[in-house]
Design a protein around this ligand. Sequence first.
Ligand SMILES: [Zn+2]
Length: 218
Amino acid sequence: MISYLKSIIPFCLFFCIVSCKSQAVSIKMEEKIILINDTTFVNLKNYSQDFVYDMKYATTNNFLKAKVYDCGECFLRLKTVNALIKASKSSIKEGYKIKIFDCYRPLDIQKKMWKIVSNPEYVANPSKGSIHNRGGAVDITLVDSNGKELEMGTPFDFFGKEASHNYADLSQEIKENRLLLKRIMSEANFNSIDSEWWHYNFKSGLTDKVSNVKWNCD
Ligand SMILES: [Zn+2]
């Protein structure tokens, strides 16, 4: 636990940006109460073991055909993590788990992606910064008890009308799967975006600052 703390302390020093909306959260570690702000960036895997990971941008298996992360970790602001864990608990009650494709994305990575594909329909322009750059967005799907992804009609990062929540020409099963994910996430205070069934924004994460700190891969 101490080594974990040592590993997050440098990260926290970069990330402890206090906003007027943020709240202090206490975490009990080794009988010490440590106060950290809920906008602090934390690694999801240190808060829950209930997620499945397939960090696409740490591989070449993505629409960029490029590995843009040195290693795949799911860092998010603590408040986003807490909401995502709430969603995860709901998904487990339904017999599923949340599978993660992408979380916080440092601004330099956004710039790298923009350089490869400079099209705002596919990649958010780094001059504005996306909610992924603010630590408030996740790209996810649901898997069943065998780890099999639920059928959602398109793969992750499929850029076409078929990925839209409003696309009607889908089977009843696919529509229900998308609605299930949307309900679970809405109840945990995430908003969907119309064009991507896999993308969710934590409502109170929209106004947080864009960040460019990268996680350590050692
Ligand atoms: Zn996304």
